[in-house]
Design a protein around this ligand. Structure first.
Ligand code: TMP
Length: 213
């Protein structure tokens, strides 16, 4: 039976991914699964540098293909330097966002200008290959509530938090579609509840899908 996993948390802005990633790592550590907690874009020295290029600055700073390639360049560095070495050592990696964010944001967020599913999947295949998360937890909540939470949390709002509500609605739909297409890998969790309730749901999914498998 497999004892270390690659688990990703996904969702729109302000859905509480980072808090839930930490709580999940605490639970798994207590249950004998050493964890590495990481994030995208970022999680390695080079990828954190690329992160600054994409999250800061003008909304229209990048053409959408350039933005997707920067995300995948950061992802490749993160996988090579952080994720794959940790997994080789038998650790579970919990990652705050991964490639489903590229599918949602660069694939569908920009509506007509988005890259769409096939292009993002093709880049994924070249950059990442067959590697994919064992489990993806999609935190879902109404976009108005999520964006309001994200803006309140952080005075220096990032490029994506400045996009209009339509952009965020497209993201939410894209994440829900991803779960419909890959229900074995993904699960949607209602994030419009207390931290404790959400965490309890995540832990029960992890128990059912990974720890008992
Ligand atoms: P974070 O603040 O949630 O850590 O993520 C930074 C921003 O980067 C967030 O607004 C979503 C965006 N993003 C993409 O647009 N595409 C991606 O592939 C990833 C990983 C993040």
């Amino acid at each position: 039976m497999k004892s270390n996993f690659f688990i990703t948390l996904e969702g729109g802005e302000g859905t509480g991914k980072s808090t839930q990633a930490r709580l999940l790592a605490d639970f798994l550590e207590k249950n004998g699964h050493p964890c590495v907690l990481t994030r995208e874009p970022g999680g390695s020295e080079g990828a954190e540098e690329i992160r600054n290029l994409v999250v800061k600055g003008d909304v229209a700073r990048w053409d959408v293909m350039t933005e997707a390639l920067l995300m995948f360049a950061a992802r490749r560095d993160h996988l090579v330097k952080t994720v794959w070495p940790a997994m080789k050592e038998g650790k579970t990696v919990i990652c705050d966002r991964f490639a489903d964010s590229t599918m949602a944001y660069q694939g569908f967020g920009y509506a007509d200008r988005g890259l769409g599913q096939m292009t993002v999947e093709q880049i994924y295949k070249i950059v990442v290959g067959d590697f994919k998360p064992d489990l993806t937890i999609i935190l879902d909540m109404p976009v108005e509530a999520g964006v309001a939470r994200a803006v309140k949390r952080d005075a220096n709002i990032n490029r994506y938090e400045k996009m209009g509500l339509d952009f965020h609605r497209n993201l939410r739909n894209a994440f829900l579609e991803i779960e419909k297409k890959e229900p074995m890998r993904c699960t949607v969790i209602d994030a419009n509840r207390t931290i404790e309730e959400i965490s309890a749901d995540i832990i029960s999914v992890v128990r059912a899908r990974l720890l008992k498998a």
